[in-house]
Design a protein around this ligand. Structure first.
Ligand code: FAD
Ligand code: NAI
Length: 472
């Protein structure tokens, strides 16, 4: 006999585990299935985000940033260090501990919220009288409502599989055991820049090969230009407009043949190569075809604006569906779906989903870029304030970058906020709140911000929209 639940979530990444907890909070009987294994073969809920994504990458970014500060910034503070070194094994062990704490935290939350967790691969068996049967190992579960949150995996270059020794996905990139002398990255997207930063700070010579002729094309152009300048200054080598050809591996490392932006044949020889050219939805093993679950040409599950699939009672959220591949987007969709299942009106505002790239300087934005506003013909005003003129940034010793606010020319409603600079990842929250409440730039300009704080740069950028910055 199948074990019956009201809701089964397949996948315990940010989409699935949050959906499961929210559904349980709403009084539903919930199961969550996840197949991720830790080093000992035990469960490791949290998905890509916890195991090989957001959390471990931020742990390594933090460690490498400490190292860089110790190597390059401490001296100007009068702090004298001798014999600075890096123990990569210890750095990786710390990262593994952070990951494990998060895995354990999720198992604790499942217990606290009475979500039944099953470790293994979940796969549709059949649809029967409005129920779906899902197999996990030897067990069969059944529920009227199923939330598919199976996430995504790294996309490989055609004909170049990941061996995770020399050709690395995000998984191998987060497990490198010694600082490579030379490191290549294919793709200057979010993973490329974050991982490239980690290993450059620790001493690798990093070269990034990007197919597009522009750097960070989705980012506001002014912000992307400022970030590009900062990365080049730090020593990251970024080649735009390249065509990657044959990739060969051998004892001596990895060789990448490519055509540069001028059409010249080039080769890049590196110790290790990280391929970060986007991700593909995970639907293999779900038996989607067995129950007629519709997928698109990329293999993503087709959903409507409310995450309903073509099958009644089957929903899908997170990286396995359309939209940005971000943990907080997956969580928002998971909460909204759980609430819809419980008869409430779940809602996700796709216009106010923030983006953060955790490089140094950090890049963060919400809403529309200047190039998008121009293309749509909308009249707008822009206000920019550089961190160079911010007292807290000077005290921190980190004055790169700026805050930029774009507001409607007639109504002054904020349409986009873009930042590059220190702690942009935290500063962006104010902009998200403002946009969620449909604030005007004048609203931010009139709010008292603590002094000295980086957030004053946001207030000053809002004042600059009206051409009345006080400190610049
Ligand atoms: P996932 O987190 O991928 O979880 C899916 C889970 O389902 C996995 O545990 C998988 O094993 C399991 N699963 C799949 N199929 C089955 C099955 N049939 N049965 C049982 N279990 C199954 N996003 C941010 O917002 N901020 C960041 O800083 C950030 N950093 C990142 C850094 C890196 C290196 C990478 C790779 C990604 C990063 N992301 C970041 C993106 C983020 O990790 C994803 O958007 C997020 O994890 C998506 O959540 P999800 O629940 O949809 O899927
Ligand atoms: P990405 O989509 O951010 O960037 C991929 C880059 O590779 C693009 O610039 C693309 O033009 C380039 N590219 C594609 N094919 C290429 C080729 N053959 N040769 C050279 N360049 C090529 O994808 P990435 O970096 O793999 O990350 C995947 C996703 O993971 C991100 O889009 C993001 O959603 C998520 N993520 C989020 C993070 C965050 O929020 N801080 C951190 C890391 C990942």
């Amino acid at each position: 006999m199948p074990k019956n639940f009201d809701v089964i979530a397949i996948g315990a990444g940010p989409g699935g585990y949050i959906a499961a907890i929210r559904a349980a909070q709403l009084g539903l009987k919930v199961a969550c299935i996840d197949e991720w294994k830790n080093g000992m073969g035990g469960p490791a809920p949290g998905g890509t985000c916890t195991n090989v994504g957001c959390i471990p990458s931020k742990a390594l970014l933090q460690s490498s940033e400490h190292y860089e500060h110790a190597a390059h910034s401490f001296a100007e503070h009068g702090i004298v260090l001798k014999d600075l070194g890096i123990d990569v094994k210890k750095m990786q062990a710390r990262k593994d501990t952070v990951v494990r704490q998060n895995n354990e935290g999720i198992l604790y939350l499942f217990k606290k919220n009475k979500v039944t967790f099953f470790h293994g691969r979940g796969s549709f068996v059949k649809a029967l009288d409005g129920h779906y049967e899902i197999a996990v190992g030897e067990e069969v579960l059944s529920a009227r409502q199923v939330i598919v949150a199976t996430g995504s995996s790294a996309r490989a270059l055609p004909g170049v599989p990941f061996d995770e020794e020399q050709v690395l996905s995000n998984d191998g990139a987060l497990r490198i055991a010694a600082v490579p002398r030379t490191l290549g990255l294919i793709g200057s997207g979010v993973i490329g820049l974050e991982m490239g930063s980690v290993w450059r700070r620790l001493g690798s010579q990093v070269t990034v090969l990007e197919a597009l002729p522009v750097f960070l094309g989705v980012v506001d152009e002014q912000i992307a230009k400022e970030a590009h300048k900062a990365f080049i200054k730090q020593g990251l080598k970024i080649e735009l407009g390249v065509k990657v050809g044959e990739v060969t591996t051998g004892q001596g490392g990895v060789t990448v043949a490519y055509e540069d932006a001028q059409g010249q044949a080039q080769t890049l020889g590196v110790d290790k190569l990280i391929v970060s050219i986007g991700r593909v939805p995970n639907t293999l093993g779900l038996n989607a075809e067995g129950v007629g679950l519709q997928l698109d040409e990329r293999g993503a599950i087709v959903v409507d604006a409310e995450c309903r699939t073509n099958l009644p009672g089957v929903w899908a959220v997170g990286d396995v569906v359309r939209g940005p591949m971000l943990a907080h987007k997956a969580e928002e969709e998971g909460v909204a779906v759980a609430e819809r299942i419980a008869g409430q009106h779940g809602h996700v505002d796709f216009n106010t989903i923030p983006w953060v790239i955790y490089t140094s300087p950090e890049i963060a934005w919400v809403g529309q870029t200047e190039q998008q506003l121009k293309a749509s013909g909308r009249d707008y005003k822009a206000g920019v304030f550089p961190f160079m003129a911010n007292g807290r940034a000077r005290a921190l010793g980190d004055t790169t970058g700026m805050v930029k606010i774009l507001a409607d020319a007639a109504t002054d409603e904020i349409l986009g906020v873009h930042m590059v600079g220190p702690l942009a990842s935290e500063l962006i929250a104010e902009a998200v709140v403002a946009m969620a409440f449909r604030a005007s730039s004048e609203d931010i300009a009139r709010i008292c911000h603590a002094h000295p704080s980086l957030s004053e740069a946001t207030k000053e950028a809002a004042l600059a929209v009206d051409k009345r910055s006080l400190n610049f």
